[in-house]
Design a protein around this ligand. Sequence first.
Ligand code: FRU
Length: 499
Amino acid sequence: MSNELMTSKISRALEETARTKNHVSKGRMRQCYHFMPETGWMNDPNGLIFYKGEYHFFFQFNPYAPFWGSMYWGHAVSRDLLHWTYLPPALAPSESYDDHPDGGCFSGSAVVYEGKLWLIYTSVSDQGKGIRQTQSIAYSEDGVHFLKYEGNPVLEAPEGINPSEFRDPKVWNHDGTFYMVTGASQNGRGKALLFSSENLKEWKWINEIAASRGELGSMWECPDFYSIGGRHVLTFSPVGAGDHTSVYMTGAFDYKTGKLESQTAREMDWGLDYYAPQSFLAPDGRRIVVGWANEWQWMPKWKDWGPTFKEGWCGFFNLPREVGFWEDGSLQFKPIRELESLRKDACAFRQISVSEDRTRLRAGDGISYEMKFLIDLEHSDGDVLELELRAGNGRKTVCRFDFLRNELSVNRNHADGWSRGISRSVMKLHNQTQMDVDIFSDRCSIEIFTDHYTNNHSNNVFAGEDQRDIFIRAEGGSFVIRNFESYGMQSCFDQTLGE
Ligand code: FRU
């Protein structure tokens, strides 16, 4: 019976998408090569997995409005992580355990078990005692149509854990046993809990993998846990931890104790728009992580938000990034190599001398492009290297490499008449002779990578079509730029822009 309600809610959502998608696809802010919903609202990546020859992306989805609401799981598939086919939503709120109007089917993950694709998600309800978050499962034989398990929910908050802050299960298989990490809050402090199961239905508590001691917020959203080259990585998005939006901890880990041995957090991205990242394994063994290009702090979730809502959509994912360790022990997040296949209109210079006069740079159409270069630190004596991106019509986003104060900053206070904020990070200059820079710009985002992809800034910028200029200039001396290359980026979506 119950799955009938989900099926009919999915059909209604599909009708709504069919009704609005033509209009929404003409939106001028729609990205060219970043994953986004066909229509409506999107937040966290969910259930990222490679299954039966295709990548599956699920996502927190409201098909009815470009605002957050009762959550569905949107769904799309791809063979190259660039071009996507949208499928019907995989999950809709339909049961007494997941039908809270300000809840529904919250974030989670996917695994393959006994040939089926299983989704593990947070079911949010209110059964008279306030919000209750539990973990539930659903399965599919064809990877498109899902059935919720009759025995849901399969896991409730352990004693002492706030039942309204127990969510976002990430499940993986290790040596034939399933493990789940969930975000939780206890006595107002965030933590990541570890459970194990042989069948996805019965779960056993193991330990807290890590916990805030007050410095890392009141709740850890969307935790993830994996190993790279034998070293373990925990990532999460802490709530109420100031500018920390997505952090990672690395260290030794033993499944018997379930405790990560180092509890020091570092930033996954210093930008203002990188949240709830989730990772998955590509068939070639790469660990790829995808974040939601936003952050609740910048998002009054109950109000109109940002220029794209007027076009009938809101939210996209940051570029998928391959995770690795850099030699100093920090994690690298490198945009996946598949993106190279979108390059067009190449432009290259072996060397550019940058003085205090502005020099114009060329990269694609100035809106949707990649631009890479090295800053030759041995042959430069300037104090600051400044880039103006998406400039025009008196507006710009300003990226400053300040070598006097050792600070990289991205300022969007004058970017689009709407966005605000400056993201800042410390550069790794010690013993360096050059600094690598890789910039990806799309219609409403700028992602800047440097220091071997260990120091990254993702910021949304809702710049107009007349903002296509790129300038570079020096302060307090000059700079030598080497190996400059830039490319326009082909669009991955069918786009006919509206008037
Ligand atoms: C993170 C988050 C999750 C939750 C989901 C709800 O952005 O708040 O903790 O599951 O979004 O949409």
